[in-house]
Design a protein around this ligand. Structure first.
Ligand code: NCD
Length: 305
């Protein structure tokens, strides 16, 4: 793997190795604290982020490396009209590995065609978010102990949510995984994912419009925010933003070992009262994100402890 643009750039075996390495870093951080000495990571974020950018930076710093970059298009030469390709060509002279987020689908792929420096897609529009997927897979693996034989509920904005698109792609490769898509009609999963990913791999799925009817079946409930920035009109956003709100009452019929996930940021879709429920895994999930990114950076740079 030279670049990581799409979750399918990684084989199941490579994902297993990354999760295993991340698990080892989690329990023995000191062993890894200098493995990236004199290496640097550039974070080029043309779109807002808290977790992804900071967990990438924390990951590199905790491996003993350096970080540089920008956190918005406005503070980079994109504001002067520089192309993504030019920015990446320049930055590849300053860094050993680049994590890039961009509002345009395909921008990190285009960048990866221009340089030899490894490029990691840190989210491209409504398309993919492979490092969130690695985070999600590590969370499921740590919390459930396995990635197969799971009924996975995906709730909220399944149309624009790139984390959902990437997670579905990756999870179709595990045995006996079933998807339950919970969304308003207008925010349903795009047809290309249903046809080319789910049906093509003969994965069982259903689409429902309410959470209550499926809650008892779920092993994982993956909540998502309605992606305001991808709506064309504010009225639609306002109408749809609170379509699904997970609260304690909705969890009454859920499994005792349900794993509630959310890539965060949360807006209204999970009541803060759920945070103390032992089934709430979303803050742990954000923490796992740093360890899996440490494993990814090490692997892409070819360094070992
Ligand atoms: C997600 C994203 O950027 O797609 N956030 C993240 O990376 N953890 C989800 C979101 O913004 O809703």
């Amino acid at each position: 793997m030279k670049h990581l643009i799409d979750p399918m750039d990684l084989t199941v075996e490579e994902i297993d190795q990354l999760i295993a390495l991340a698990g080892d870093i989690l329990v023995d951080k000191t062993k890894y604290q200098e493995v990236c000495k004199h290496k640097s990571l550039a974070t080029l974020f043309f779109e807002p982020s808290t977790r992804t950018r900071l967990s990438f930076e924390a990951a590199m710093l905790e491996l003993g490396g350096n970080v540089l970059g920008f956190s918005s298009a406005n503070s980079s030469s994109a504001a002067k009209g520089e192309s993504v390709s030019d920015t990446v060509r320049v930055v590849s002279g300053y860094a050993d590995i680049i994590a890039m987020r961009h509002p345009k689908e395909g921008a990190p792929f285009v960048a990866s065609q221009k340089v030899d420096t490894p490029i990691i897609n840190a989210g491209d529009g409504g398309h993919n978010h492979p490092t969130q997927t690695l985070t999600d897979l590590m969370t499921i693996s740590q919390e459930k102990g396995h990635l197969d034989n799971l009924t996975v509920g995906l709730c909220g904005d399944l149309k624009f949510g790139r984390t959902v698109h990437s997670l579905i792609k990756a999870m179709t490769r595990y045995k006996n995984v079933k998807f339950v898509m919970i969304s308003p009609e207008e925010l349903r999963l795009p047809d290309y994912i249903i046809k080319d990913v789910i049906e093509k791999n003969n994965v069982e799925y259903k689409e429902v419009r309410s959470m209550d009817e499926v809650m008892p079946e779920l092993d994982i409930l993956y909540m998502t925010r309605v992606q305001k920035e991808r709506f064309f009109n504010e009225q639609d956003y306002i109408r749809l933003k609170d379509s699904f709100i997970l609260d304690e009452e909705k969890l009454i019929n859920a499994k005792k070992d349900l794993c509630i996930m959310h890539p965060l940021p949360r807006v209204n879709e999970i009541s803060t009262k759920v945070d103390d429920d032992p089934r709430a895994c979303y803050f742990k999930q954000a923490r796992y994100g740093k360890f899996i990114r440490m494993a990814l950076i090490m692997t892409m740079l070819g360094v070992n402890a």
